[in-house]
Design a protein around this ligand. Sequence first.
Ligand code: G3P
Length: 227
Amino acid sequence: MKLLIDDAHIDDIKFIYEYFPVTGVTTNPTILSKIGGNPFDTLRRIREFIGEDAELHVQAVSKTAEDIVREAHHIVKILGANTYVKIPAVREGFKAMKILVDTSEILITATAIYTPMQAFIAGQCGASYAAPYVNRIDNMGFDGIRVAQEIQKIFIANCMEIEVIAASFKNSQQVLELCKSGVGAATVAPNIFNALIANSAIDDAVDNFIADFESFAGVNKSMLDFS
Ligand code: G3P
């Protein structure tokens, strides 16, 4: 399961990149609204930092298929080939996906997925990823993990190349559950990244090892001080 950062704050992205294995960055209009200004200034900054080979997911917001197609070309022209255009998995979005797949090399992430059938249709349209919103589905009284797992099973059962990129997480346990299921990717906000490994028992264990070493070698000594 690949891990991506679901955020647009460049300092947070840099921090997570320094400490975690990351495949790329996902954004959506709400995430970009937290930065404000020209969205391409924000997105260019991210692209420059993560490099041209990393995945950058950017959502189209037009309402008709034809406009979504134009927007997709515009986004990829500015941000480069490894930019996945996020297209909502609704009727106009499916039409746009079909046009883009038939007429271009543009990569598509089907987004705003709440039901397995949306994901199946997106896969048939040629999308590369389908993004079920785990926590939002939970908040509707359903089981977001289960929906993501069902989507994964549908893709495998139908020999489809599309992958799940699970989104909308509230806690690290949700990420773990999908990791166990082997979904293709999860996109996670910076605070959840940190929660993936937050555990005081682990910190205590490491601190105790250091204290034991320093008890015979001296404070701030390491193996570098011996040969
Ligand atoms: O980008 C889509 C998804 O990650 C949204 O998450 O936290 O707004 O439900 P959230």
